[in-house]
Design a protein around this ligand. Structure first.
Ligand SMILES: Nc1ncnc2c1ncn2[C@@H]1O[C@H](COP(=O)(O)OP(=O)(O)OP(=O)(O)O)[C@@H](O)[C@H]1O
Ligand SMILES: [Mg+2]
Length: 404
């Protein structure tokens, strides 16, 4: 992971506080209590904590849906209320909010239209995303009929329709079967390998351990632990050696050797067979069943990752999503490549650069040649303010902003 520079910080919070008040303005809940943290570009950042510890409140402040009571919060170096950054953020709320009577395709088309995407792009991306999340068979079904896991899958597709630079996922794998969980995790890794930043709230610690670079643990709205997962979890006072199975005689000889070379008592030495991960085992069983064409009415395997998310140069990763077992290596290699590129001084990473063409097509307003605020006429300013207000309102209605 690249070191922290001003330019690669995507989210920065200092003394961030949110106090919910009752009707008489008396403090009702100190949801977030003076927290400091940073999320850097390309990171998968885990936000952990028991129920009611302030995770969703923190996320809603990052999204500009709640105003902080105190403290500083910057997203892409700007105030979270700034409408310009909204087109760079994708959000999967903890509850999936969908219009029951819209079909899967209509739902994504609707979200695409909120970002000002043209009809052709909306159609193309909707189909690609529904394929990717394993809903190719449900294009024309009303989403009100969807199972919990299917609703989660379309929620993820919705969060990615605008090709966001920052993706915030609140419990993305809740309600998903193990295959869906693995697919979502693959997509999250892929996004990070493309330099996207992911903030992940989850109670599923195994998933967090699998995915996250850094984690922050909240309790009662305060930070209890924060840092690189590898540093937090590593047991510095122990060493593990893994090798092909040894004979019992060799194990005994090794014990003797270790006791003669500094290990104090036999109880300090443990020898066992490593166990495989249950997720890998389960997926292997399902893969074999699929190979035998055993019928199922349930969810399908995911399809291809859309090229706009994967990038044309990442064909190997696309393919890997269909070849389980190899994808871990490919993603690692890809991430390694991205890090090597980051290390080159002439290609030093900056905060995700704004693609002004894309932004302008998303917002229908801005391009790099747009006059500054000072140059704009009063009418233009009023129109822009109105557009910002409408966009914020639409987003708030969609994701349920809670009270301010
Ligand atoms: N709109 C609201 N009005 C009043 N209190 C709220 C509101 N939203 C959250 N809270 C309170 O803020 C605290 C933190 O809630 P938050 O939803 O951030 O927790 P969380 O960590 O996301 O929990 P969970 O794991 O259950 O999703 C809780 O005490 C909650 O009751
Ligand atoms: Mg929550």
């Amino acid at each position: 992971m690249a070191g922290t520079t001003e330019s690669n910080i995507v989210v920065q919070a200092e003394g961030l506080t949110k106090i919910f008040r009752d009707f008489w303005n008396r403090p009702k809940a100190h949801a977030v209590n003076g927290i400091d943290f940073q999320v850097r570009q390309g990171q998968i950042f885990g936000l952990l904590g028991p129920n009611g510890s302030g995770k969703s409140t923190t996320v809603k402040m990052i999204l500009g849906l709640l105003y902080p009571t105190r403290g500083v919060l910057k997203v892409f170096g700007k105030d979270p209320q700034d409408v310009e950054i909204k087109s760079r953020i994708g959000y999967l709320p903890e509850e999936t909010y969908l219009y029951r009577y819209l079909t899967a395709t209509e739902t994504l088309d609707f979200y695409g239209s909120l970002f000002g995407m043209d009809a052709t792009m909306r159609k193309e991306r909707s189909e690609q995303l529904l394929n990717m999340v394993g809903l190719a068979h449900a294009f024309n079904r009303p989403v009100g009929e969807f199972s919990k896991g299917m609703a989660r899958r379309i929620g993820l597709a919705q969060a990615l329709i605008n090709d966001p630079d920052l993706v915030i996922l609140d419990e993305p794998t809740s309600g998903l079967d193990p295959i869906g969980c693995r697919e979502v995790k693959d997509v999250i890794r892929l996004l990070a390998s493309r330099g996207k930043t992911v903030i992940l709230c989850s109670h599923l610690l195994a998933d967090v351990q699998d995915l996250c670079d850094d984690v922050m643990v909240l309790y009662g709205g305060k930070v209890r632990a924060n840092g690189a997962l590898s540093d937090i979890l590593q047991l510095d006072d122990k060493t593990r050696v893994v090798c092909p199975t040894l004979s019992s005689q060799t194990v005994e000889e090794l014990r003797g050797w270790l006791l003669a070379h500094g290990v104090k008592t036999p109880d300090d030495i443990s020898v066992d067979h490593p166990v495989r991960n249950l997720e890998d085992f389960f997926l292997e069983v399902v893969r074999k069943a699929r190979e035998q064409n055993i019928a199922t009415a349930g969810a399908q395997a995911n399809g291809e990752v859309p090229e706009y998310l994967a990038g044309a140069d990442n064909a190997a990763v696309l393919e890997s999503l269909h070849r389980r077992g190899e994808n871990e290596e490919l993603l690692k290699a890809l991430k390694g490549k991205a890090q090597m590129e980051e290390a080159k001084p002439e290609e030093k990473p900056t905060a995700p650069s704004v693609d002004m063409d894309k932004l302008s097509s998303l917002k229908g307003t801005v391009d790099s040649g747009e006059p500054t605020d000072e140059q704009k006429s009063e009418e233009e300013k009023a129109a822009q303010a109105q557009r910002q207000k409408e966009a914020s309102e639409r987003l708030k209605n969609l994701v349920g902003g809670g009270d301010k």
